[in-house]
Design a binder for this molecule. Structure first.
Ligand code: NCD
Length: 300
């Protein structure tokens, strides 16, 4: 695989072929997760470092679970107040140092561009697990895997991105990937939280009702209040996806959400077959196993 030794910092780092290879490998891991015998030692003697400067539940723990399932050891931190960043160490230096301890670094940070800076210093692959309002490419692979598991090929499918399209990094990585897959993209932004201009081309803005009635998938996101500039009040979403909306619009859409949800996605959806967000979170393990194996170059 050509991904060996490379960084994964943005979804655009992957060619179409590489993306397909990763999703196929993830499919193999997902199918074999029950016994795991064939891949339990793929990453023996490797060390994965999770360097998380910002809160995370799914991304960090699914990466760590993925590493453990492949036989790798994990080091890292989830509370950056305990690290030398507090003493003024640069991200470039932190990257260099961590790459002396580990074979691959997975990092999350509150600043866009932070993973690139860490990769500049590091001598091993760096994976961007979310950089501020920048990108979240591994989530996009999870999203594509989940969408395709239900819908098959995405060409010609209509997918709506809903919620905080301005600060939501999962959307910033997903939109270009959907475009490349030939999907039609609709946008239902929360007020004032429209897609950045560089991503909006060819994306059609619509209403929640119209999207629910006509789209194949709704990708719902929470308002990223923590990214609002100081002094700017974080607007409530005003967008609520619930069972009444789906019934009123006779929706056939599947529902995804990178989670965590706040109030934009009702729990009354959870038992519906259309609700795919818990599967999506679960898929994180197999997809991240594929990423680790590809970047570390283990035979699979
Ligand atoms: C997302 C993130 O951190 O960007 N969560 C995740 O990784 N599943 C979405 C969010 O925080 O809203």
């Amino acid at each position: 695989m050509t991904l060996r030794g490379r960084n994964l910092l943005a979804i655009g780092d992957l060619t179409d072929d590489e993306l397909e290879e990763l999703l196929a490998l993830a499919g193999r891991f997902a199918a074999g997760l029950g016994d795991g015998a064939s891949f339990r030692h793929l990453l023996d003697n490797r060390i994965v470092c999770t360097a998380f400067f910002e809160p995370s539940t799914r991304t960090r723990l699914s990466f760590e679970a993925a590493a453990h399932r492949l036989g790798a050891q994990v080091i890292g931190f989830a509370d950056a107040s305990t690290t030398s960043g507090r003493k003024g160490e640069t991200l470039e230096d932190t990257g260099r140092i961590l790459s002396g301890y580990a074979d691959l670094i997975v990092t999350r940070h509150f600043d866009a561009g932070a993973a690139v800076r860490m990769a500049t210093g590091a001598l091993c692959p760096v994976v961007n697990a979310g950089d501020g309002a920048g990108e979240h490419p591994t989530q996009t692979l999870v999203d594509l895997f989940t969408l395709r598991s239900s819908l098959g090929p995405l060409a010609g499918r209509r997918v709506a991105v809903v919620g905080d399209l301005r600060y939501g990094r999962t959307v910033h990585s997903l939109v270009p990937a959907l475009r490349r897959a030939g999907a039609r993209i609709a946008a239902v932004p929360a007020p004032g939280l429209e897609l950045p201009e560089n991503l909006a081309q060819g994306v059609e803005e619509t209403t929640m009702e119209e999207a629910a009635a006509t789209c194949d998938a709704l990708y719902v996101t929470r308002v990223q209040k923590e990214r609002f500039p100081e002094g700017e009040a974080g607007a409530a979403s005003l967008l609520h996806v619930n069972r009444a909306l789906l019934e009123r619009t006779r929706s056939k859409a599947i529902i995804l959400h990178p989670l965590p949800r706040v109030d934009e996605l009702s729990t009354d959806l959870d038992i519906l077959p259309a609700a795919k967000y818990f599967d999506q979170a679960q898929n994180g393990v197999a997809v991240r196993m594929a990423i680790l194996v590809a970047l570390l170059g283990a035979p699979a």
